[in-house]
Design a protein around this ligand. Structure first.
Ligand SMILES: Nc1ncnc2c1ncn2[C@@H]1O[C@H](COP(=O)(O)OP(=O)(O)OP(=O)(O)O)[C@@H](O)[C@H]1O
Length: 738
C-alpha cells in the first residue's frame, strides 16, 4: 500500500507540474502576437491544444490512477484515465491511458488467457490517498502474495454496482468487462449495433466507445466531431458528466428535438401523431407536397401582368414549359426556381417581341437583338413579373412549408391526416420532436438558396485575400532584415504560402470547437454518431441521422423490448436496410449490472405475459430484497407518501414512477419532490413519468399504478432500481404482477 501511495504521490507531483506549465503555456500563447498571420494561426492551434490538455488534467483529477498490471517479464504499468509521461529525455510513460493497447490486458486477461500478465491490481483512492488494493493473480504457478488478494476477482465491480447513486451516471473505466471492452474498441468505420437488456451497460459502453474513438482517431474526430443522440434532455444531463470525467469534451450531446439548428422543438404530439410523422411514408408525401407548390395557372385563365410595354400574359403553356425545364434540373425546389423564372422571363420577352415587332405583312420581326435584349431587361426588372412567378413557384423555408403542410396534410390516408393536422398560423408554431426530421426532410427537398450568403462569404474571402496579400508584401519588404544571415534557413511566410491559402488558414481559425460548429450547421457530416435508445427512433429520424453520417460510421445501442414510441422500428434489419443493406455488425450484451435478480425476475414476468419465449439478461448480483406490492385502498397519495418515506435512502436516490395524469395528486402531500418536464435528478426523490425514466437509474424505485402502463413502459420502470422496488396501486394490478 505504501509503495502505491508513493507512486500516486509522484504521479500527482507530475500532474501539478504539468498543470502549472500548461496553464502558463496557454497564457503565453494567448498574448498578442501582432499581425503575423502564420504566428496567429499557430497561436490558435497551440491555445486549443493546451487548453484541451489543461481541461483534461483538471477533469480527471479524481481516481486518476486506478489499476496496475504486472507482466511476466518483470515490467509493470499503472493504468489511468489519461496518459502522463515523465519529464525525462525519453518521456517515459508514467501512467498509461486506459485506451492504449498496452492497457488492454487489464480488461481482458483471465487465468485461462493471462495475456502475459502475472497480476492485475485495482487501486481505490480517495482524493490523492490510496485506500484499497485488490489483486487478482493470473499466473496460478506464482507463489508470491501481496496480502491484498481478491479470490473472486469481482469485489471492485460489486462495490461499484451497489454504491449509492448520485443522480449522474459515472464512468466505468475501472471495471469495464471483457464483452464490453470488445465493443468499446471495435473499429470506427461501419455500423455497429449493440443490443442488450436493461442494465447491461449499453449507455456506459456507448460513452466509453466515444472516448476511445476520440483517442484512437484524435485528428479526424477533432475536426468532424462525435454526436451522441439520447432520448430526452433529462437523460442527456444524466450522462453528461461521463465524457468530461474521461477528459473528453469535444462531443455534441443532443436529443432528436435539437437536430434542426434554429428550431427549439418543445411541443408535444399525441403518440398517434408522432407515429404518423415518423413513418417513412412521410418522405414521399412531403416530396409530392413540394411539387404541389410548383403551380400552373388554370388552362384558359392566364395571369395577366401589367407592364410598361403592354400587358404580359403568363398562361398555362408558358408556366408548364418553364416548370418542366426547372424540374429537369433535378435540383431542390428553391435552387430550381431561378430556372423557372428564367424560362418565364424568356417566354414573356418573346411574347412582347412578337407583339411589338411583328410585321403585319408576315415579314421578319422588326426588332433587332439589341431591342430584344432591352425588352428582356425590362421584363426581368418588373416587380409584377417576379410577384407572379412567386405565386406559382414561391421561395419556401422548411418552417413555412411544413407549417403549410401540417395545416392541410395531403398524400397520407385521411385518418393519418386528421392525426397530424394542426391549426395554421398562431405565432409560435411549437414544433415537436417528431417535426424535426420533417423539417430536415423539407430542407433537403427545398434546398436553401444561399446565394446571398455565399456572395457575402466570397466578398469576405476576397477581403481576407487582399489583407493576406498586404501581409505578404510586408514580409517581402522586410526580407533583407530576416535574411541578414545568409546561412539562415528561416523561411519567410511568402516562401511557403500564397495569399489565397493564407486567407483560408485564417478562416480555419474559427475558435469554436468542431462540436460547436456542428451544432449550428444542419448539413454537418459527423465523424461518428452514437445513438442511445436507438429502438425509439422513427424511420424519418433515421433519414435525418444518416444524412449527418455520409460515411456511415455509427454505433447504435438499444433494446427492442424497451421500445415505447409507436414510431420506433422493431428490427435493426428494417432500420438499416435502406442505408447499408446487411452490412452491419450486431453484438449483444448479456449481463445485467444494474437490476438485482429478485427485481429482474418480476420484470421478466411482465414481458413474458406477452412473449412467453422472452429471456431477460442474467443479473450479476442479488440483494435478498424481494420487491413488494401494496394496495393503497382509497387514499393513493397517502399510500405513496408513506412508501416514499420508507424508501427514501439516506444516501442515494429514489424515483417514483407514475402515470403523468397522477403526478399532481401524488406530489401534493410530498415535500421536496422534484418533478416536471426536466426534473433535477440529483435531488433525493424524483417523480417521473414512465417515458422519462428511460435510460435512468436509481437506488430505489416506487412504481405507482402499473396497470396503466403499456408492457414496455412497465418493463422499463421496473428495471430502474439498483437495490429496492416497491409497487403501490389503487386499481387492479396487471395479471403478471399479481
Ligand atoms: N463494467 C461495469 N462496471 C461498473 N458498472 C457498470 C459496468 N457496466 C455497467 N455498469 C453499470 O450498470 C448500470 C447500467 O448501465 P447502463 O445504464 O449503461 O445500462 P443500459 O444497458 O444502458 O440500461 P437500460 O437499457 O436499462 O437503460 C450503470 O450504473 C453502469 O454504470
Amino acid at each position: 500500500m505504501q509503495k502505491e501511495q508513493q507512486f500516486i504521490d509522484r504521479l500527482y507531483d507530475r500532474v501539478d507540474t504539468l498543470r502549472g506549465v500548461t496553464a502558463q503555456h496557454v497564457e503565453d500563447a494567448l498574448t498578442p502576437v501582432g499581425n503575423g498571420l502564420q504566428a496567429r494561426h499557430e497561436r490558435d492551434v497551440l491555445v486549443a491544444e493546451r487548453s484541451g490538455l489543461l481541461a483534461a488534467l483538471n477533469a480527471v483529477d479524481g481516481s486518476l490512477c486506478f489499476g496496475r498490471i504486472d507482466l511476466h517479464d518483470g515490467s509493470a504499468h499503472h493504468i489511468g484515465r489519461i496518459g502522463i509521461r515523465e519529464d525525462d529525455t525519453e518521456h517515459t510513460p508514467l501512467l498509461i491511458d486506459w485506451r492504449a493497447p498496452v492497457a488492454r490486458p487489464f480488461y481482458l486477461a483471465t487465468g485461462h488467457t493471462p495475456m502475459g500478465l502475472r497480476r492485475r491490481r485495482h487501486l481505490t483512492t480517495e482524493g490523492r490517498t490510496v485506500t484499497e488494493l485488490h489483486d487478482e493473480i493470473l499466473d496460478l504457478g506464482d507463489r508470491e502474495r501481496s496480502g491484498f488478494e481478491d479470490p473472486s476477482g469481482d469485489a471492485v465491480l460489486l462495490a461499484a454496482l451497489s454504491s449509492a447513486r448520485t443522480g449522474r451516471m459515472g464512468d466505468i473505466v475501472r471495471t469495464i468487462q471483457a464483452e464490453q471492452d470488445r465493443i468499446i474498441r471495435a473499429p470506427h468505420r461501419g455500423v455497429l449495433v449493440v443490443e442488450g437488456g436493461p442494465g447491461t451497460g449499453k449507455t456506459a459502453v456507448a460513452l466509453h466507445r466515444a472516448a476511445f474513438l476520440l483517442y484512437e482517431h484524435r485528428e479526424l474526430l477533432a475536426k468532424r466531431a462525435v454526436l451522441v443522440v439520447g432520448p430526452n434532455p433529462a437523460f442527456l444531463r444524466y450522462i453528461g458528466e461521463v465524457l468530461p470525467a474521461l477528459g473528453e469534451t469535444g462531443v455534441m450531446l443532443a436529443t432528436q428535438a435539437e437536430l434542426f439548428p434554429g428550431v427549439h422543438a418543445h411541443g408535444t404530439d399525441t403518440p398517434r401523431a408522432a407515429a404518423v410523422k415518423g413513418g417513412s411514408a412521410m418522405a414521399e408525401a412531403l416530396a409530392l407536397a413540394v411539387r404541389d407548390r410548383q403551380a400552373l395557372p388554370e388552362p384558359g385563365e392566364p395571369v395577366v401582368i401589367p407592364h410598361d410595354d403592354g400587358d404580359l400574359v403568363l398562361d398555362w403553356e408558358i408556366a408548364y414549359e418553364a416548370r418542366q425545364a426547372a424540374r429537369e434540373t433535378r435540383l431542390p425546389h428553391n435552387l430550381a426556381r431561378p430556372y423557372f423564372t428564367f424560362h418565364v422571363i424568356d417566354a414573356l420577352t418573346a411574347q412582347l417581341t412578337e407583339r411589338i415587332g411583328a410585321d403585319p405583312y408576315g415579314g421578319p420581326n422588326f426588332l433587332g437583338p439589341d431591342d430584344v435584349a432591352q425588352l428582356g431587361k425590362g421584363v426581368a426588372a418588373s416587380e409584377e413579373v417576379h410577384a407572379a412567378v412567386g405565386e406559382l413557384w414561391p421561395v419556401l423555408t422548411p418552417e413555412e412549408f411544413l407549417a403549410g403542410y401540417l395545416a392541410e396534410p395531403v398524400y397520407v390516408p385521411d385518418e393519418d391526416a386528421e392525426a397530424i393536422r394542426r391549426a395554421p398560423g398562431g405565432g409560435d408554431p411549437a414544433w415537436t420532436p417528431a417535426d424535426v426530421p420533417l423539417l430536415d426532410e423539407a430542407a433537403e427537398l427545398l434546398g436553401s438558396d444561399d446565394s446571398a450568403e455565399r456572395a457575402a462569404a466570397e466578398a469576405e474571402r476576397q477581403e481576407r485575400v487582399a489583407y493576406a496579400q498586404g501581409v505578404l508584401e510586408l514580409s517581402r519588404g522586410s526580407e533583407s532584415y530576416e535574411f541578414e544571415d545568409e546561412e539562415s534557413e528561416f523561411l519567410a511566410a511568402h516562401d511557403i504560402i500564397d495569399a489565397e491559402r493564407m486567407a483560408e488558414r485564417q478562416e480555419e481559425a474559427d475558435h469554436r470547437s468542431a462540436a460547436e460548429r456542428a451544432a449550428a450547421d444542419r448539413t454537418w457530416a459527423f465523424g461518428h454518431i452514437i445513438v442511445d435508445e436507438a429502438q425509439e427512433l422513427s424511420p424519418m429520424a433515421w433519414r435525418l441521422l444518416m444524412r449527418r453520417s455520409p460515411t456511415r460510421s455509427l454505433t447504435l445501442v438499444g433494446d427492442p423490448a424497451q421500445t415505447s414510441e409507436e414510431a420506433g422500428v422493431g428490427s435493426w434489419e428494417r432500420i438499416l436496410e435502406p442505408y447499408v443493406g446487411d452490412r452491419f455488425e450486431h453484438v449483444r450484451l448479456g449481463v445485467n449490472y444494474r437490476t438485482p435478480a429478485e427485481i429482474m425476475e418480476l420484470a421478466a414476468k411482465v414481458v413474458r405475459a406477452q412473449d412467453p419465449s422472452f429471456e431477460p439478461p442474467g443479473s450479476v448480483r442479488s440483494t435478498g430484497e424481494t420487491p413488494w406490492t401494496r394496495d393503497a385502498g382509497a387514499d393513493l397519495a397517502g399510500a405513496v407518501a408513506r412508501a416514499v418515506e420508507e424508501l427514501t435512502p439516506e444516501e442515494g436516490r429514489l424515483a417514483v414512477i407514475a402515470p403523468r395524469e397522477l403526478h399532481e395528486e401524488i406530489a401534493a402531500p410530498l415535500d421536496g419532490i422534484t418533478a416536471g418536464a426536466e426534473p433535477d435528478l440529483t435531488r433525493p426523490v424524483v417523480l417521473l413519468g414512465p417515458r422519462e425514466a428511460k435510460g435512468l437509474e436509481f437506488d430505489h424505485v416506487l412504481v405507482v399504478e402499473p396497470g396503466r402502463f403499456g408492457t414496455s413502459d412497465l418493463y422499463v420502470a421496473l428495471t430502474r432500481a439498483t437495490q429496492r422496488l416497491g409497487i403501490v396501486h389503487r386499481e387492479e394490478l396487471p395479471e403478471s404482477l399479481r
